[in-house]
Design a protein around this ligand. Sequence first.
Ligand SMILES: NC(=O)c1ccc[n+]([C@@H]2O[C@H](COP(=O)([O-])OP(=O)(O)OC[C@H]3O[C@@H](n4cnc5c(N)ncnc54)[C@H](OP(=O)(O)O)[C@@H]3O)[C@@H](O)[C@H]2O)c1
Length: 333
Amino acid sequence: MNALVLESLGQLVLKTIELGPLPEGYARLRMLTAALNHRDEWIVQGQYAKIQYGVVLGADGCGIVVEINAADRRLLGQRVVINPNQNWGADHRVQGNSYTILGMPTHGTFAEYLDVPLDRLYPVPAHLSDEEAAAFPLAGLTAYRALFVQGQFHQSNTVLVTGIGGGVALFGLQYAKASGACAIAVTSGAQWKLERAQQLGATVGVLYTGDAWEQELRRRLGGGFDLCLDGICGEPFNRLIAAANPAARIIVYGATLGVVPKLDVHRIFWKQLHIIGSTMGSDADFEAMLRFIAEHRISPVVDAVFPLERYQDAFERMRKREQFGKIVLRIAE
Ligand SMILES: NC(=O)c1ccc[n+]([C@@H]2O[C@H](COP(=O)([O-])OP(=O)(O)OC[C@H]3O[C@@H](n4cnc5c(N)ncnc54)[C@H](OP(=O)(O)O)[C@@H]3O)[C@@H](O)[C@H]2O)c1
């Protein structure tokens, strides 16, 4: 079968690999679609823990179950999505030591076929296309836990989501909107993305390229935010601290810009801020997210769809930050 394999540092190649026998307790999927996450790009760049070469990348995908090596065969022939968690463990508060994510170190979704444990599979919510189904598992799960579990969202909260063109960020906006947030502010590096976000329910949009954007944000909101989802960190993080309301919660799920220089600790304690980390979500979070997506008929924002052979264009789009939402690979019809 054809698969996108990480051969060495920076070398992601489309090549033919053999499928082994299906292990017990596993299902074989014929993949229809898969979606990129920034994680895939970090792995290609070598900026990820415990990288192994010869692995098929991809944490997100939608496929048809073509074979099952288990007694329970109810999913055979069905269109399914994959929970990308592997071995979260028994503690809902935090993943265990053996936790991994599909697509490194085990083979992922950027392939014509994928063997996964049967208990990772769920029928696709009926209102979603193949592309939308591939778009939500990893980013949707991360946003779900960040907003509802770690963030303890309440409708009275003014919410800020940074870097709204990103996959996780857009789910944060859609979930907050569907849950009746009283105000949702967003930041972006592009005006057209702010306008798209406003069509999706953002009440205020500010360019993070402008000077003192945190002051403009506060002015346009008529105050600060109560709850922020941030995957950026870096220099702008102190601006978030400045824009926060007293006792606000800042949920950190990523660090695209790396460490925060000269963290403004004085404001953190004076404002009694809560700075909370969040990673992926437990299996219970994944199932709660599936129910939420079905109940609120959330349709993930698909930015662009590329055939598998054009994977380099797909990655280039992410590198150049051109996307608004998820970049999807079409593998088969
Ligand atoms: N902890 C976890 O479980 C977890 C899960 C998923 C992702 N992550 C991390 O979270 C981050 C986002 O992931 P993703 O997959 O959503 O990424 P993505 O789709 O590639 O989006 C990244 C977004 O970051 C924004 N951005 C880039 N440079 C920026 C800058 N200089 N200032 C402000 N914003 C900037 C951009 O927003 P605009 O386009 O609007 O400018 C961009 O769209 C990554 O670092 C990823 O590794 C962590």
